[in-house]
Design a protein around this ligand. Structure first.
Ligand code: ATP
Ligand code: MG
Length: 588
């Protein structure tokens, strides 16, 4: 048992000025963390206890899922990253570190970087240590600090610059085995979130340039989340915004019958979908073709969508370009023959079609019959444009952002959208890293193959805060039993009475014997202050011992989740408290 007077729980009445969301306010007010600077936090003793409990449950479940724990350095030689596949992108978020005192000026590249994640360290390690199929599969994990120079650290521990992550890396002989490792980790994640009392759902996520459907994010539904989840209650379908699709376009859709030949018409000064929607043109947005030009690995390519649809840029990852970005008007004009606002992809109208790496059309444009598109002449559009007859499409694909209300791809019911906090991520990596670092094994025929990898992450601090976001009321945090910093709070209203403290010690021992961590509030504070603090820090069970109650021969028992206060005769206090602990723990 811990005595509050000899511990350190600096609760606050007021929320810090920089806290916008409830969980951030409560983290600080309940004395769990203190800010050093933007995105940098000290875990105070109470916060550290929660972090440790989450960490331990995480460790147990990841071990059950096949994980083997190790710990890698936080400081990485920059060469490890330069030799890897993502240095140009990753360097933007990495903190650099230079050794000092050798008299040399810092070079342009740092000597060391602080690890934002560890593929660049684990893959060379595995390459050096594992060479035979007999030693696979292996899944290594650690629970350690990560460093990322987030552009906008915010929301307390949700988006920090320094944070604790469970990161795991699996190595398998081939794809089917890698999928087994992936599924085991997915099950481990589900068990972990269930055990800590977090309601997290696995959501299909985008795999970017890697392709395939083997990525899931674990999302805690919350208004303050940074991510959109598209889901269907009826079928259980759930995907993040980048990945979500719908059954909007029927597979057997027949093309609309053209009403006549394409026809050029002047549209002086009209360069937006909205302007063409307005009078005198009055073309509904979804009867317009939206023509966008991108640069993919140095070559221009065209993307066509319905006018009312938004491009989901992440979906262009499936086209296979390593790097792509929107083209500038200066890059567009010589290829298309016009500037943005008058672009189109009607055969024969593109000035230098041969320069294009392709014309990629979203499936939904097939819903347009006799539509309108730019004529590739400034200030002109074409009407009566039909997809099959008129457009020079290289390939159809899913490039648009799904709109809520569209039919679910599984059930056909309307899709819904809600915000979520990404607390974990699992990813089938394939051989991207193993090929780059030469992490290969030999099979029983002495043939060499690259290992097939997976990578996995859970943000421990973000998870702690997401639980608070999900589990609180107007008075404070409501901790799930498994991760509560203490599970029983013995509130002694008259700590100056020796018999009160003596009873507190006995009850604490009984609760501990039943499997609870116990905090005794022995401060010389008014009852009102003690009860407010008790609610704020969110301990699941509260026992109150007061001088008055002692005279009456009773103590009080109260659960954080309920308003009911149960009076318990002194003679039954220990057994009833033990029974309450057992029932909270789910022990019969
Ligand atoms: P986000 O999209 O939120 O930036 P991410 O995709 O960069 O996250 P991953 O690289 O997949 O995150 O990291 C795995 C997990 O680490 C995330 O699911 C999240 O829980 C946690 N995490 C990532 N960035 C941060 C951060 N800046 N602060 C706290 N936790 C983080
Ligand atoms: Mg992620």
């Amino acid at each position: 048992m811990k005595l509050w007077s000899q511990f350190f729980i600096p609760t606050l009445k007021e929320s810090p000025a920089d806290a916008d969301i409830t969980s951030h306010k409560l983290l600080v007010r309940a004395g769990l963390v203190r800010k050093l600077a933007g995105g940098l936090y000290t875990y105070l003793p109470l916060g550290l206890r929660v972090m440790r409990k989450i960490t331990q449950i995480c460790r147990e479940e990841i071990e059950r899922g096949g994980g083997i724990e190790l710990e890698m350095p936080h400081l990485h030689p920059v060469e490890n990253w330069q030799h890897g596949p993502r240095w140009p992108a990753a360097r933007e978020i990495m903190f650099r570190a230079d050794s000092a005192g050798d008299g040399k000026r810092p070079s342009r590249e740092p000597e060391f970087v602080l690890g934002p994640t560890h593929e660049e360290v684990i893959t060379p390690l595995v390459k050096a240590e594992i060479t035979s199929y007999r030693d696979l599969p292996k899944n290594f994990y650690q629970i350690a600090t990560k460093f990322r120079n987030e552009i906008r650290p915010r929301y307390g521990l949700m988006r920090a610059r320094e944070f604790v992550m469970m990161d795991a890396y699996s190595f398998d002989v081939d794809d089917p085995h890698a999928i087994v490792s992936y599924q085991r980790m997915k099950a481990a994640y589900e068990a972990f979130f269930r055990r800590i009392g977090a309601h997290a759902i696995a959501v299909e996520a985008d795999t970017g340039v890697m392709g395939g459907s083997f990525s899931h994010e674990f999302m805690v539904p919350a208004e303050v989340g940074d991510d959109d989840v598209i889901y269907c209650e009826a079928s259980g379908y759930a995907a993040n915004r980048e990945k979500a699709t719908s059954a909007l376009v029927p597979k057997d859709l027949a093309d609309a019958a053209p009403v006549g030949a394409t026809e050029l018409f002047p549209t002086p000064g009209i360069v937006t979908i909205a302007a063409l929607e307005a009078a005198p043109y009055s073309v509904p947005a979804d009867q317009q073709f939206k023509t966008l030009v991108f640069m993919g690995d140095g070559k221009p390519f065209v993307v066509i969508l319905r006018g009312g649809d938004e491009l989901e840029e992440a979906k262009l990852g499936s086209l296979g370009f390593t790097l792509f970005r929107p083209a500038t008007p200066e890059e567009i004009e010589p290829v298309m023959g016009a500037r943005p606002g008058s672009l189109g992809a009607v055969r024969g109208t593109i000035k230098n079609a041969g320069a294009l790496a392709g014309v990629f059309a979203d499936y939904a444009i097939r819903l347009i019959g006799n539509g309108v598109t730019g004529a590739n002449q400034d200030g002109h559009h074409l009407r009566n444009v039909n997809v099959a007859r008129d457009l020079a499409v290289t390939k159809f694909g899913d490039f648009r952002r799904v709109r809520p209300g569209e039919p679910c791809p599984l059930s056909g019911q309307p899709l819904q959208v809600r915000r979520g906090i990404e607390v974990g991520h699992i990813f089938k990596l394939g051989t991207k890293y193993s090929e780059k670092y030469g992490a290969a094994y030999t099979d029983d025929q002495k043939q060499s193959h690259p290992m097939v990898m997976g990578c996995y992450g859970i943000g421990i601090g973000r998870t702690m805060q997401a639980v608070i976001e999900q589990s609180h009321d107007a008075d404070g945090i409501v901790w799930p039993w498994a991760i509560a910093p203490y599970q029983v709070l013995v509130c002694v209203l008259d700590p100056q009475l020796p018999e009160a403290m003596e009873l507190a010690t006995r009850l604490a021992a009984a609760a501990e014997a039943a499997g609870a961590d116990v905090l005794v509030d022995d401060r010389a504070e008014r009852p009102g202050v003690k009860f407010k603090d008790a609610d704020l820090i969110g301990i699941p069970l509260r026992v109150t011992i007061g001088g008055k109650g002692l005279k009456e021969g009773i103590i009080e028992l109260k659960a954080r989740t309920s308003k009911d206060v149960r009076k318990v005769p002194l003679a039954e206090a220990e057994t009833q408290l033990a029974a309450a602990v057992h029932s909270c723990r789910g022990v019969a």
